[in-house]
Design a protein around this ligand. Structure first.
Ligand SMILES: [Zn+2]
Ligand SMILES: [Zn+2]
Length: 330
């Protein structure tokens, strides 16, 4: 099969991905093989390609926003048949036997493997994966290109949102407004939660309002109009944490979504941290992915917009690069 492989990390401008012919994987026991229709490009792919995250195997096929059709099933596969629509996200495998796996907290499994990082991903024609982590998509009546971004920003956003424990009628703050925050806005609004967005970009402020935010502005210039019950911080900016905490009511939760952050300093414990909880988003759980797609299934229209929002900056460069080198588009 053809696949875009990464052997040596380099800046995207230097074209670290190379189109190559590699062996087509076969479905082993308990696995399905998916013929890939679409694979989205995530910011994390850029981090791996450029070396911000270490290279865990080489050559590596990147990509973890995978949508396709099952074209081979291994022995003992029960949940999928040939022809089913299926997806693969960042969660590729866990050990299944540790205390975390046995208590439904497999996102903390020390042996967790990620798609397109520890295991080959979706910038290719086929992928094999355990049926236990594959996501059934037969009911999601969206175009594959519209489903792909839900695989990462969608699921990750939902996981971050769950950590806030926000309930109907609550006020939720979103700091930063990229594709993940966009999906959170959609989920939260569908559940009757008020959403307050802080972003520096004038375009994002307008987008947030257009898509249902109760309020959106740049909080470095304009004050949040009310206290929040909870908030999610998306940018890896440690200096945001204390101001966000100060905006959240006692008993509330601030979720930190990035995988890395500049230093976090809490200067005034009593005023700004005391009585609040800080949570961090750490990998994904299969149950959250399933729950998210159930919500997406019942609110299909509101998620149709998500795809265009992933197509920006370096991601766009990578997409253009992939298209430039061949008509095989990922
Ligand atoms: Zn991602
Ligand atoms: Zn485990």
């Amino acid at each position: 099969m053809r696949a875009w492989i990464l052997e040596k990390q380099a800046k995207i401008e230097e074209r670290p991905l190379r189109l190559a012919e590699v062996p087509t994987p076969r479905a082993k026991d308990g696995e399905i093989r998916i013929k890939i229709l679409v694979c989205g490009v995530c910011r994390t792919d850029i981090h791996i390609a450029e070396g911000d995250l270490c290279l865990r195997k080489s050559p590596l096929i990147l990509g973890h926003e995978i949508v396709g059709v099952v074209d081979e099933v291994g022995k003992n596969v029960k949940q999928f048949k040939v022809g089913d629509k299926a997806g693969v996200c960042w969660l590729n495998s866990t050990c299944g036997t540790c205390k975390y796996c046995l208590s439904g907290k497999e996102n903390y499994c020390p042996d967790i493997k990620s798609t397109g990082w520890d295991a080959d991903g979706g910038f290719a024609e086929y992928i094999t994966v355990s049926e236990d982590v594959a996501l059934p998509l037969n009911d999601i009546r969206l175009e594959p290109a519209d489903i792909a971004p839900l695989m990462c920003p969608g699921i990750a956003g939902y996981a971050a949102f769950k950590l806030t424990k926000a309930q109907k009628g609550d006020k939720l703050g979103l700091y930063g407004f990229g594709p993940t925050a966009f999906c959170v806005l959609k989920v939260a609004k569908s559940m009757g939660i008020e959403v307050y967005v802080s972003t520096r970009s004038a375009k994002n402020i307008q987008d947030a309002i257009t898509h249902g935010a109760n309020w959106a502005a740049d909080t470095s210039k304009e004050k949040m109009p009310c206290k929040l019950d909870s908030a999610i911080v998306f940018p890896p900016a440690g200096n945001l944490v204390e101001p966000v905490l100060s905006q959240v009511e006692q008993g509330g939760t601030v979720v930190l979504a990035p995988v890395s952050s500049s230093p976090i300093l809490i200067e005034n414990y009593t005023e700004n941290l005391w009585g609040r909880t800080i949570e961090t988003l750490y990998n994904l759980k299969k149950s959250e992915a399933d729950e998210f797609f159930e919500i997406a299934f019942s609110h299909l229209k509101i998620f149709r917009m998500c795809s265009s929002r992933s197509d920006r900056g370096k991601q766009r460069q990578l997409i253009l690069l992939l298209r430039f080198q061949t008509d095989y588009s990922c």
